[in-house]
Write a new protein. Sequence first.
Length: 356
Amino acid sequence: MSTLRFRGPVLPDGEARDLYVVDGRITLEPVAGAETAAEGWIIPGLVDAHCHLGLDAHGAVDEETTEQQALADRDAGSLLLRDCGSPADTRWVHDRDDLPRLIRCGRHIARTRRYIRNFAHEIEPGDLTTYVAQEARAGDGWVKLVGDWISREEGDLSPSFPADAFAAAIATAHDHGARVTAHCFGETVLPGLVEAGIDCIEHGTGLTTDLVETMAARGTALVPTAHQLNNFPMYAEQGAERFPAYADHMLDLHARRRETIMAAYEAGVAIFAGTDAGGVLPHGLIADEVAELASYGMPTEYALGAASWRAREWLGWNAGLEEGAPADFVVYPRDPRADLSVLREPTAVVLRGQVV
Ligand SMILES: [Zn+2]
């Protein structure tokens, strides 16, 4: 098999180089007889830091559908996925060289009857640490909690568990070597989670100025799923008749979403790109998520790093395409820092050294 060569400016530094691919890894040492496979702007493989494989709006899906979801992500350039909760056992994806690399959170952990039906383990506070330990052992280093959801009694968003139960859950996950993240739409749940040392917040529309400074100081990450936040008016409408306070709350969070997420950015919270594909949204929309983040006012290069080199490093992978790094990258015909729309038209997607 001939060695492949890729040439062009390599992000994040943008310096022009020749990358050679040998045995699925990058070398910068010229290889005689290498065949030029593609030229253009080369970026470390994209990351979707919040998606759901093996899940659709009704719950777990079969392996064929899961495969289609993973292929849609891959073909969009997402070569590393952090699955943020799935009721399907997707461990088999690890054995498939043609599918993106996958970091699984296991199954969502929610309060009884307080999440989308068929998605989560639905439990009571006394069982929380047991389930966290179980999901930490079964997953790939992350556990996903449902931080808040509508409470039928209160008619509004409300924390799923008491703050001390969340704190014990986070400590248990950390004891098992797993990081913890939580779905959070509202305000109330957040201070306790951040104080207890949670590693990441998903959505984060209820963040306040005080709290983003604490998050920045503690290194708590944020995955806003900006594209998903555009659905808040739809969720509000669905609940408006029975839960008017909830509907108003969702509309208010939606109206302030840009300011909220940008306050986190300004405070120095590390923000990463996640599409939230797999529940309501389709897979393969990482380009749209990056564009949506940039539309909030983040620099283009920051939004791009949120879906590439910074996210890779955060998740424990090689940030850059240096000597010996896995050959996972995407080649584009133009500089994505100057024009994010080019993310929708990759020239080549290279996963484990193979042009896919
Ligand atoms: Zn999600």
